[in-house]
Design a protein around this ligand. Structure first.
Ligand code: HEC
Length: 285
């Protein structure tokens, strides 16, 4: 009996230590930090340190691997990747000159796996198309009238907080009532589903001669409602829906003097164009 127990303990112990060394080698988060990816893409790849740097968290794993390989091999080179090339030991630069080693293919895979699966659950969408406010702005500039940009916040929000100037329409996903009912879970007034949400989107698409597979960008306060709306749209057959992960106002700061305030990312904090003046035809179309 003692023998069996001894065997059992050694077996478990060795399999635990085996497992933990595996985890160490393939820990995407540790590799992301070690290679200095956080210097630009921010902690967790979700809060980039500058407007022109993309959000990585939550993107499709295969997409991240392909892109990272293209950047590190020099196959994809742009004004922006130039900064990345400066930080890494590319060409004749050696680590002792203060550059960071380029991650190898296995490391890139581990990083991508970690990034791809770790967007907060409430911000995940079945389409898996995520953009920061800045990226949404750039993509929309390029796409012109081939895409729709929809603000899905309540009328109360756009009335008092303003709205991006390049919006195609305000179609609320949730509606505010008369602020007479309380929601204890959200510690705020109760909101109600807008039963006309999908109908209005399909009307707008028709209006613009676009189809269900056209790119549609959704923005809300900070990326949770737009994820819920993306889910509903997915069920209704809309495959190309982008969720702006940081929304109009952005996420709340987790520490520092602005803790609890929406001061770190989002459309407004990224200094993208918006206004308190609303356009009548974007709201009642
Ligand atoms: C010095 C700043 C900087 C560092 C450090 C950096 N990146 Fe980037 N990264 C960028 C910029 C800027 C872009 C946008 C490039 C473009 O659009 O041409 C980018 C783009 C990417 C993309 C493509 C994302 C997309 O949506 O197209 C991936 C993937 C990526 N980086 C991964 C990494 C990884 C992994 C590391 C660490 C090993 C890293 N980056 C380190 C600046 C940086």
């Amino acid at each position: 009996m003692q023998y069996v127990l001894y065997f059992f303990i050694t077996f478990c112990f060795s399999s635990i230590s085996q497992a933990s060394s595996d985890i160490k080698e393939s820990n995407g988060e540790a590799l992301f930090n070690k290679h200095g990816c956080t210097n630009c893409h921010g902690n967790n790849g979700i809060h980039p340190t500058s407007n022109y740097i993309p959000v990585l968290k939550g993107k499709q794993i295969d997409y991240l691997i392909k892109k990272a390989n293209a950047i590190f091999s020099g196959e994809h080179f742009s004004n922006k990747t130039r900064f990345m090339h400066e930080q890494f030991c590319i060409g004749n630069k050696l680590p002792d000159e203060g550059c960071y080693p380029i991650p190898d293919i296995e490391e890139i895979k581990a990083i991508a796996q970690w990034l791809g699966s770790d967007l907060p659950k409430k911000k995940k969408t079945p389409q898996k198309l995520y953009v920061s406010a800045q990226q949404a702005y750039e993509k929309l500039e390029k796409l012109g009238d081939k895409a729709l940009f929809i603000d899905i916040r309540t009328r109360a929000e756009i009335a008092f907080l303003g709205m991006p100037t390049n919006i195609d329409a305000n179609i609320p996903y949730l509606k505010a009532g008369d602020f007479s009912e309380w929601n204890e879970r959200s510690k705020n007034f109760k909101l109600y589903p807008n039963s006309q949400f999908i109908n209005k989107i399909s009307e707008l698409l028709k209006d613009r001669n676009l189809s269900k597979s056209s790119p549609i960008f959704l923005i809300c306060r900070s990326g949770s409602r737009s994820a819920k709306a993306s889910k509903l749209m997915y069920i209704a057959g809309y495959t190309n829906v982008y969720s702006v992960v940081d929304g109009f106002e952005g996420d709340k700061a987790k520490e520092g003097p602005l803790k609890g305030q929406r001061a770190i990312n989002g459309w407004k904090n990224s200094k993208l164009p918006w206004s308190y003046k609303l356009k009548h035809d974007l709201i009642f179309f």
